[in-house]
Design a protein around this ligand. Structure first.
Ligand code: SF4
Length: 247
């Protein structure tokens, strides 16, 4: 039976086998260069049993690392780039290939996704609950934008007669036992300099709602029961007031 809680396998996870640990590394948008891939393979040989597992979150796991070797692995230079302790905005980041390699793509996705997550980290700091941010470069939805806390679907639009890149914003999607498709809350958000502000507003709205729900949990036993089984997390969807920066 599937767990109620989503596990992204980032960081250290004790395996069933005694003294063995799996080390999950964040690979922002799943993009690595040949040097990083060679080094990842070397680390898997030196610290594990040569295996590397790839996740649906576009990240990598080195399994079968003896617990007494983990500290040394964590000090390897590659782990500064592929971190086991990424920012909350990078940890759940997924992006389809976008215009780099897809003929159907309407916008560039991967570089833009990393830039947005970095901007959110600067604006909001590290004290935010980890959240999933998924990008799709067209309606085909290969980035599963409707299965994330914040989903972004790219398209082109005209603003003041000029063709520009834009996204539709979805919230509240999740997979697992209580899967639900994300709801579109903003139809057209241009990918311009105000873009990080708009998405930060969306995330803060979520946060405020979560605080409200946590307070409600003290007085509502039914809510408490729902929260216990994962039905009411900060990811829950509700109505949002459109941001001033959104079109
Ligand atoms: S979502 Fe669209 S742009 Fe992205 S990989 Fe799929 S078909 Fe290509």
């Amino acid at each position: 039976m599937r767990s109620f809680h989503h596990a992204d396998h980032i960081g250290l996870t004790s395996q069933k086998q005694a003294r063995l640990v799996a080390v999950g590394l964040c690979v922002p948008t799943g993009r690595v260069n040949p040097e990083q891939l060679d080094e990842l393979a070397r680390l898997a040989d030196v610290y594990g049993n040569g295996e590397i597992r790839l996740t649906t979150g576009q990240n990598a796991i080195i399994p079968n690392v003896f617990a007494d070797r983990v500290t040394k692995l964590l000090n390897e230079p590659l782990l500064k780039q592929l971190s086991p302790r990424p920012s909350p905005f990078m940890r759940g980041l997924v992006a389809c290939v976008g215009t780099d390699y897809c003929n159907l793509a309407l916008i560039e996705t991967k570089s833009r996704a990393v830039a947005l997550s970095q901007a959110l980290q600067e604006k909001m700091g590290a004290g935010v609950n980890p959240l999933t941010i998924h990008w799709s470069g067209c309606p085909a939805g290969c980035g599963n934008h409707e299965a994330a806390d914040v989903g972004l679907r790219g398209f082109k639009t005209k603003i003041d007669g000029k063709l520009v890149d834009a996204v539709a914003v979805y919230v509240g999607g999740r997979t697992g036992s209580h899967a639900i498709a994300g709801k579109e809350i903003l139809a057209t958000v241009p990918c311009d300099e105000s873009f990080p502000d708009v998405i930060a507003d969306v995330i803060q709205s979520y946060r405020a709602e979560d605080e409200y729900r946590q307070q409600a949990a003290f007085s509502d036993p039914l809510f408490t029961a729902a929260a216990t089984v994962g039905l009411a997390s900060w990811r829950s969807s509700s109505s949002f007031a459109p941001s001033a920066g959104a079109v």
